[in-house]
Each structure stands twice: as structure tokens, then as C-alpha cells.
Design a protein around this ligand. Structure first.
Ligand code: PMP
Length: 361
């Protein structure tokens, strides 16, 4: 495997090489079955085992108690922006924390379904920060509080879990799930599109506290209902068989590394390396995120001019790196350093940054 590039794509993002290699091995003849998993019925025992092992490995990684159920759904994380209020809002008012483009998306979908209020918006500062512990005022009797733990576009991340008292807490963890240990017992519902830290695109993982299922109205379409999907163990209709298999391989791989503590230690090293390079560059590289809100998954930064940024991106591509151009709404550069990005890729990037500064500052 000498021709693999250093992939800093924001999503779909880099997958661990051993996972890709295992999938390659299984692709045509899945474990001696004589067929590919993509060609097998989702009702066969062969798939059943993959499905349930994946659920059990995710539960183990996140330390989920029996109070929680892992559900697989389609439609991307974006479908969850609507499904959360369709299932859980009822006649109440939901509180939303708007810390970026995706958080805004969740709020605007909720407003189409029912009543929602924005209790925090970091837009005036270009979404360069997230609220710190104790900063949110959650209105009493909110149907739930929704927030985005990692803002993929802006490169900001919550370092704490917001305190909501009895108000159910709901989180879009699309871009940092499985990157660090979390106290899952604090959440009523977590959702994540798989395509950053969990696997390929095509499946969304929903982790729901079982008591929340009682809130799901009977009248909503069955494939949109958490209650129906959970009741059928995500096998109400044909699930995305291959993406779920891949998520299972990723979960196995992370367990093999020692679980999320070990994964977080590697991720912290990668992020520290990048942020210290930015901080020690005498202002040549400037981080977008406020220091207290820096993301360990998406590192956003600028160079002194657009020309230098374009030149840096061009050089990075020549040096075998991909995906460093920032999102159009923020500009600059963004290095997405998900679980699947090895330390060596970050070391290569940091070496290029230092060399580029020496030549071009
Ligand atoms: N939430 C977050 C935090 C994201 O980063 C993204 C995608 N980049 C989405 C939601 C939307 O995900 P999807 O494309 O799976 O609908």
C-alpha cells in the first residue's frame, strides 16, 4: 500500500487501513460463504451476526447501559434534524444551541415541525467558539436541548457536556463520535452520520434512551419512527447492510486499539501537534477557533493571504495530501484528523507547514 495519500477530508473521511484491508478480503467471498455480504439477504443469519455484533461493539465502546438502544437509519445526519423533532418535540418547545452551520440546520428543521427557540448563537463571532460549562440557560420545561458536540466546518468542539437538569439532552455527534470517551448516560439521544469516525456514508447511528421511545407519536411514517425502527432492531426494512458491516469493522478496530481512552490519547497527540505548530508560527498560521473551543477533529486555520493559502494547498497536494482546503464559508485551511488519520499524516502536514513558513514568511 505505497500509493495511499494522507487524507484530511472533512467527510467522508479517512478510514483505518486495516479496516479497508479486511473489507477487501471479505468483499467477494464473505467468510467462506461463497457470496458478498452485499448480495446476501438482511434476513439471513450471516448478516444477523454482523448486525448484532456491530451494535454490541458500539455499545461496549461507548459504555452503554441496557437503558439504551443503538438504531441504524438512512437519510444522513441531516434527516435526524427533522426526525428528532418529529419524534420527540410534541406540543412543547425545544431549545437549540446554534454553534455552526449544522446546528443551524437542526434548528431550522425543528421550526418546521413545531416550536423551537435558539438559546445560544455564536454566529456574530464567525462561530469561532462554543459555550463554556455553565454558560447555557436552558428554559425550564424545554422538550429537549439540542447541540452539536463538534462543529465540522468551524473547527470548534465542546469539552464538556451541557448540564440540563431534567431536560432531555440530544446531541449531533456526527464529527466526533467514537473519538473520545463520553458519559453516554447524560444523553437522551445521540446521532451521528457514520462517514467521519464510524465508517462510510450511508448509515446514521442513533443511540436512544429507551424511555424516549414512549414519546414517539404513533401517526408518523414507520421508517421515520424511532419506536418502530428500534422495535424491529433496525430491520424494519432493508438496512444499509454494507455500511453497517463497515461500522462494525471500525468498532472492532477501535476496541482492538484499547477502546476510546486509547483512541482519545492518539487524537490528542495529533491535535496538539497541529495546534502547537500554529501557536509557534509567530502568527503566520492563525487558528480560527478560540483556544477554549478548539476541536480535536477539525483544525481550521488561515495563512496571511489567499495567495499563500492557495500555494500551500497546491504544495500539500504535490506532497501527497488531500482535503486541506477550508470550507467555502470559513475559507483558509482545514485539517480533519479523524480516528482514521494516522499520526504520520499529521507529522507530514506539520513538517510541510514549518518548511512552507521558512520559505514563504
Ligand atoms: N452534522 C454535522 C456535525 C456534520 O458535520 C454533517 C456533515 N458534514 C452533518 C450533520 C450532515 O450530515 P449528512 O451529510 O450525513 O446529512
Amino acid at each position: 500500500m505505497t500509493n495511499r495519500v494522507h487524507n484530511f477530508s472533512a467527510g467522508p473521511g479517512a478510514l483505518p487501513l486495516p479496516v479497508l484491508e479486511q473489507a477487501q478480503q471479505d468483499l467477494v467471498d464473505f467468510k467462506g460463504s461463497g457470496l458478498s455480504l452485499m448480495e446476501s439477504s438482511h434476513r439471513w443469519p450471516m448478516y444477523d451476526e454482523v448486525h448484532n455484533q456491530c451494535i454490541s461493539d458500539i455499545s461496549n465502546l461507548l459504555g452503554l447501559s441496557d437503558d439504551y438502544q443503538v438504531v441504524f437509519m438512512g437519510g444522513g445526519a441531516r434527516a435526524q434534524f427533522a426526525l428528532v423533532p418529529m419524534n420527540l418535540l410534541g406540543d412543547g418547545t425545544a431549545a437549540y444551541v446554534t454553534t455552526g452551520r449544522w446546528a443551524e440546520g437542526g434548528y431550522s428543521e425543528a421550526c418546521k415541525i413545531g416550536k423551537a427557540v435558539e438559546i445560544y448563537n455564536s454566529g456574530e463571532s464567525g462561530h469561532n467558539h462554543v459555550p463554556q460549562a455553565g454558560e447555557l440557560n436552558v428554559p425550564r420545561d424545554s422538550a429537549y436541548l439540542h447541540y452539536t458536540s463538534n462543529n465540522t466546518i468551524y473547527g470548534t468542539q465542546f469539552r464538556h457536556i451541557p448540564e440540563t437538569g431534567d431536560t432531555p439532552l440530544i446531541c449531533d455527534m456526527s464529527s466526533d463520535i467514537l473519538s473520545r470517551p463520553i458519559d453516554a448516560s447524560r444523553f437522551a439521544l445521540i446521532y451521528a452520520g457514520a462517514q467521519k469516525n464510524m465508517g462510510p456514508s450511508g448509515v446514521t447511528c442513533v443511540i436512544i434512551r429507551k424511555d424516549m421511545l414512549e414519546r414517539c407519536p404513533a401517526g408518523i411514517p414507520e421508517t421515520f419512527s424511532y419506536k418502530n425502527m428500534a422495535g424491529k432492531n433496525s430491520l424494519l426494512n432493508t438496512p444499509p447492510v454494507f455500511p453497517i458491516y463497515m461500522v462494525g469493522l471500525v468498532a472492532r478496530h477501535l476496541l482492538g486499539l484499547g477502546g476510546l481512552e486509547a483512541v482519545a490519547a492518539i487524537n490528542d497527540r495529533k491535535a496538539d501537534l497541529l495546534y502547537s505548530t500554529i501557536d509557534n508560527s509567530s502568527g503566520f498560521f492563525r487558528g480560527h477557533a478560540r483556544r477554549d473551543s478548539r476541536s480535536c477533529m477539525n483544525v481550521t486555520f488561515t495563512l496571511p493571504t489567499n495567495e499563500l493559502e492557495a500555494a500551500f494547498v497546491a504544495e500539500s497536494e504535490e506532497a501527497g495530501m488531500r482535503g486541506l482546503k477550508g470550507h467555502r464559508s470559513v475559507g483558509g485551511l482545514r485539517a480533519s484528523i479523524y480516528n482514521g488519520v494516522p499520526l504520520a499524516a499529521v507529522e507530514a502536514l506539520v513538517a510541510l507547514m514549518k518548511d512552507f513558513q521558512d520559505r514563504r514568511a
